[in-house]
Design a protein around this ligand. Structure first.
Ligand code: AHR
Length: 323
């Protein structure tokens, strides 16, 4: 009885202060337009988002766009028509969002971007973006390679992410910047692998063929680990030793890349957390309860891992992260 009374008193106080974030989160219905499931990282982001929503008693409406922007736009319009309290979008490409986001704004529905950016002149079309610094990720990857090869001549092949997506554009930019001063390092081939294992393998096979069975390649830079896992398979099938004959550097830090590292078949990765939804829901709850405006950009970390970091231990630790 005493406990119930104290609880009631605490709740009443929180209402007086206008600070009852639990109330705001508990009653939110949030639409989530996800890109698809092209990579292990993407699948983990979906798992974490659903888990975070459940934990906070948020009613999550999930829509899988199967890599198509038009499906995302349709999903956002449907969320608006249903009168959701907020919308999360992981935008497949950078451009073409102004009209639909203006519709959400006119309907007074806050939008949060997850893991990818959009290109727009109108910064007030979304409440905040939870993303990494993707140029920095590319730079961390490039800096690692510069250090790893020293003064040795090094021809790099690059597996790019989805054409027109912010991580593909920015990870390339950062890597190019990092290697620009090292005259011994040169990108000799660069093609999209669409962030998938299958395409990463296929493109790597064509690179190996074109470069004298892989003899002309010193390193692979992949914009995500899944493409690198595919590339590792292609190298092995061609009789090459990935991680030794050809160095590997990629981005995401998914569990499988640590398995490859432990086997000596991968060299380094830059971590991207799949938990973008936690900070997004926190920002939305504070905004809904108190009108608190979040920072326009909630930046996640980009940590470098190499084979020196006890890969199997990291592999084990990844299990709780939605993988
Ligand atoms: O936008 C984040 C990227 O998208 C991840 O690095 C990649 O794995 C995913 O598909």
């Amino acid at each position: 009885m005493k406990t119930t009374l104290s609880l009631l008193a605490a709740t009443a106080l929180a209402f007086c202060w206008g600070a009852n974030t639990t109330y705001a989160a508990d009653h939110m219905t949030v639409g989530f337009s996800q890109i698809g499931s092209e990579s292990g990282w993407r699948a983990a982001e979906t798992t974490v988002t659903k888990r975070e929503a459940e934990k906070r008693h948020i009613n999550l409406k999930f829509s899988d766009a199967q890599q198509k922007q038009e499906n995302q736009i349709r999903a956002i319009r449907s969320f608006i028509a249903q009168g959701v309290d907020a919308i999360l979008v992981a935008p497949v490409v950078e451009t073409g969002w102004d009209a639909v986001l203006q519709e959400a704004k006119d309907a007074k529905i806050p939008v949060v971007l997850l893991d990818r950016n959009i290109r727009t002149e109108k910064k007030d079309l979304y409440l905040t973006a939870v993303t990494s610094d993707q140029v920095h990720e590319g730079k961390v990857a490039g800096d690692w390679l510069v250090k790893a090869v020293g003064s040795k001549a090094c021809n790099v092949v690059e597996l790019q992410g989805t054409t027109g997506s912010s991580p593909a554009i920015n990870r390339k930019k950062g890597f190019d910047e990092a290697i620009s001063a090292a005259k011994n390092i040169k990108i000799i081939r660069s093609q999209t692998g669409d962030f998938t294992r299958a395409k990463g393998k296929e493109v790597m096979e064509s690179f190996i063929k074109a470069e004298n069975g892989g003899k002309g390649i010193c390193a692979v830079y992949a914009h995500n680990d899944d493409m690198m896992i595919g590339a590792i398979q292609a190298m092995k099938e061609a009789g090459l030793k990935p991680g030794k004959d050809i160095l590997t550097i990629s981005i995401d830090a998914v569990p499988d890349i640590f398995k490859a590292m432990a086997a000596g078949e991968a060299n380094a990765t830059v971590e991207l957390t799949p938990d973008m939804a936690g900070p997004a829901f926190d920002a939305l709850a504070a905004y809904k309860a108190k009108g608190t405006m979040p920072k326009p950009w909630i930046q996640t970390e980009s940590k470098l891992y190499t084979a020196k970091d006890d890969p199997m231990k990291v592999y084990e630790s990844k299990k709780d992260l939605g993988y």
